[in-house]
Ligand binder design. Structure first.
Ligand SMILES: [Zn+2]
Length: 401
């Protein structure tokens, strides 16, 4: 065989390319290098995380040990950090996490969607139904909150301690829901939880029968929730979206996510002027449907004025009690026959839908990963929360080194 220089170069290039496509497995994986202890960031007092070390316990037959790769900082974490409204201190927080399976009990074979699980797979967790094993992921009833459902990262401390994703390792116990998401990258996996909130909201919106292919849709609030809302609407084929916010930076990101026009409420004095600006942005029409994605009571009062007669509204901004809002039932709801739905959290089914949404979003070129604006190592978790409270970025994430 005559191998000339050109051929050799070609072969070398091909081999290098193949190596590049298939990275060497990390030593942390199935190679048995599991340490005896794991760091965990424990919130021990208001506005104070301490990095502690806990022994990694023996796994039960139904348990999974996951090496954490990263975890988003949520609004709920911010509330806990500031005020501990759930009374969880001392607690290992972090519920928007993901990582790699390093060890599994002998009974663990499949994830909650029936996909096979093995050491090396990337996973996320959803809710834990330890008290109610009859709830399955295809349960159409929304049994996602309240008694019988818990979430890793919001569990009271126990003798295992490794209960949240702000750690190097987390112990996923039998009875938990876990999903194999090895086909999503780290940033996408960190965004699953907040995206599921919006998948649920859009499913709620669809029950009105008003949201259609060529609907005019207004999205009020361009934090992570509103921006993800715009992205989901785009993956559904809705093209006529007006985003409303008070920050130019967020509005321009809304355009990158697929909003056709934006309205800065700070440029309009009074609700009549603001409603006029929204109407102008739709070329002289009010919205067929509106998503309210801020936690501001005034924003709730305002949004009815953006919606046409016979239109619909999904209110999802009040994840926690943000106070009362004033509306005029005659003008805002009755005379216009507005159909409203509320939305809160998600179901297991929404979680599974979210994995497909993230692939679709990538497929049509939406810059989802840019939602993660700040990354901190675990050792700087206090700073990560301070940045989050200042509302400087969008999604803040802890990325383990
Ligand atoms: Zn969250």
């Amino acid at each position: 065989m005559d191998i000339n220089a050109q051929n050799v170069e070609q072969i070398v290039r091909q081999v290098l390319q193949e190596m590049g496509n298939k990275p060497m497995p990390k030593s942390s994986g199935s190679q048995g290098e599991i340490p005896q202890k794991s760091r965990a960031a424990m919130l021990t007092a208001l506005e104070k995380y301490e990095i502690k070390e806990f022994p990694i316990p023996e796994l039960g037959d139904d348990d999974i040990l996951v090496k954490v790769e990263g975890c988003g900082v949520c609004g709920t974490d911010a509330h806990e950090f500031k005020r501990d409204p759930f009374g969880l201190i001392p607690v290992v927080l972090g519920h928007e996490g993901t990582g790699e399976i390093v060890k599994m009990g002998k009974n663990v074979k499949k994830d909650s969607a029936g996909k096979p699980l093995k050491v090396g797979d990337k996973v996320v967790t959803c809710m834990i139904f330890a008290d109610d094993p009859d709830i399955t992921m295809y349960d159409l009833n929304k049994q996602n909150v309240g008694k019988g459902a818990e979430v890793y990262g919001l569990i009271p401390d126990d003798d295992i301690h490794l209960n949240g994703w702000f750690a190097d390792y987390i112990v996923i116990r039998g009875g938990s829901t876990v999903f194999n998401v090895s086909d999503l990258n780290l940033e996408e996996r960190i965004l699953i939880e907040p995206c599921a909130v919006l998948i649920h909201a859009v499913e709620r919106a669809k029950t009105t029968g008003i949201l259609r292919f060529n609907s005019r849709v207004v999205v009020q609030g361009c934090g992570p929730i509103g921006l993800i809302c715009v992205a989901i609407l785009r993956t559904m084929g809705i093209e006529n979206i007006v985003a409303v916010d008070g920050e130019e930076k967020r509005l321009s990101f809304a355009k990158e996510m697929g909003a056709t026009a934006t309205v800065n409420f700070k440029e309009h004095n009074g609700i009549e002027a603001l409603a006029g600006a929204v109407k102008d942005a739709f070329g002289g029409y009010l919205a067929d449907f509106a998503f309210q994605c801020t936690g501001s009571p005034v924003a709730h009062s305002n949004i009815y004025k953006f919606i046409r007669s016979g239109g619909g509204l999904c209110e999802l901004g009040f994840f926690i009690n943000g106070g009362d809002a004033t509306i005029n039932p005659h003008f805002d709801i009755c005379a216009k026959e507005i159909t409203t739905v509320g939305s809160w959290v998600y179901t297991l089914r929404d979680y599974a839908t979210t994995f497909d949404f993230l692939k679709r979003a990538k497929g049509i070129g939406l810059p989802m990963e840019k939602l993660i604006t700040h990354k901190y190592p675990l050792s700087e978790i206090n700073q990560a929360h301070i940045t989050n409270l200042k509302m400087e970025g969008l999604k803040i994430a802890i990325i383990n080194e």
